[in-house]
Design a protein around this ligand. Sequence first.
Ligand SMILES: C=C(O[C@H]1C=CC=C(C(=O)O)[C@@H]1O)C(=O)O
Ligand SMILES: [Mg+2]
Length: 463
Amino acid sequence: MIQTELKELGLAVEEAVTAARSKQDSQLLSFTEPVPAIDPISFFANGFSFDGGRIFWGNAAGSLMLAGAGEACALTASGNNRFEQMESKWKKIIQEAIIHNPQRKPGTGPIAFGGFSFDPAKPVTSLWKSFPDSKLRIPAYLLTVVNGKHYLTSNIVVNQDDRSADIEQRLEKERRLLLSATTLPDGPFVSSKSEVEPLAWKQLVRQATETIKQGGTEKIVLARELRVQFSDKANVAPVLNALTDSQTNSYIFAFENGDDCFLGATPERLVKIEDKKLLSTCLAGTAPRGITEAEDNRIGQQLLTDKKNRSEHQFVVEMIKKAVSACCEQVRVPDEPVLYPLKNLQHLYTPVEAVLHDGYTILDIVKQLHPTPALGGLPSEESVAFIREHEHLDRGWYGAPIGWLDAFQNGEFAVAIRSALIQGDHASLFAGCGVVKDSNPEEEYQETNIKFTPILSVLGGQS
Ligand SMILES: C=C(O[C@H]1C=CC=C(C(=O)O)[C@@H]1O)C(=O)O
Ligand SMILES: [Mg+2]
């Protein structure tokens, strides 16, 4: 990584042009500076015409928001060693980049933002055709809001025959557009919806419980799809706005790839790393919220002591604890879960804290953890094989890691659930649930219905 001294953007562009000419190859310049406050959703809305697509991230704590427009570079990787491929591609980009980022705040500078498919061994259908096994994008422009401060990072690929003055002119125009105030367009409205094969899905839950009872597998997470049609082409920015307003305690994410956009509001952190400190989350076991406080408390207390939900949860705790212990020291995991309340439902929640051993990166941890038994099952290989063979669904990026990493070994990935893939005037919504030996198909079906609610309601559908 070539770090430049504090300087003006124009001088940094000249330095990058000189570097491109001397190595006779393109040069990535990443320039970060503080900017006046702007709503990240307005920034996202302003970026609609930028090639490649837009990204959005709001962490569950509300302390970090990212909005990106355009694509400076894209990293893709496929197959079983996609995490390792990504790691080496990312390292190479960072090593060769010219980076001007004096304040080095997490989530600023050249970040790689994107996601992975749930299972690279499952054949891809036309539904997910524009989403590869994994893709991380360095956005052309990135707005980072960290602890209330706003930073703009411009990532520019400079070619050897570029002229500094032309680049500066283009940057000025695009930055002005992105940072201007805007009014959000109207959100989508659902004109019709259809559940994909609900009866066959309940039958599959029955089959999974039978398989579990025969031994060898203890938990299998099954998911299903709900398709919705909009009255018009859907605008994404107002959907993100509604998710941010309505889904507290959740990560709000969006990855737009060409004309398609995958977005959602997930409560499930996979891993966060900041200054070597690791946080992970065990989240599994579900109940609805009550209407009155008394009813809510009663449902919560029942959830905390319910045998079936506790077993669903415990499989996740044991697996995450083991995976984290392999790469970390000072691993701390409470003995008992607590409740994690969301707008429409509540979960059993156990946080995991640890300190990362030297030599490990966030992608190593993502590889170790994905899929946790909250999305795959236990044992992992057998449950994923069952899903691959029997589930009538192309999960695509649903249920898989989505997030970002920066050049300073910080990053955060969530598990992409409570999500939808928007494709013009229609969308597919996804929801799943942990099936254990005493799961009841009708109850699991109802659980997935509640899990559709947060995303369905912001898409303009009935809840
Ligand atoms: C698979 C999903 O939820 C997982 C996360 C939390 C609780 C779960 C459950 O109780 O079944 C699931 O394991 C989903 O929302 O699509
Ligand atoms: Mg469940």
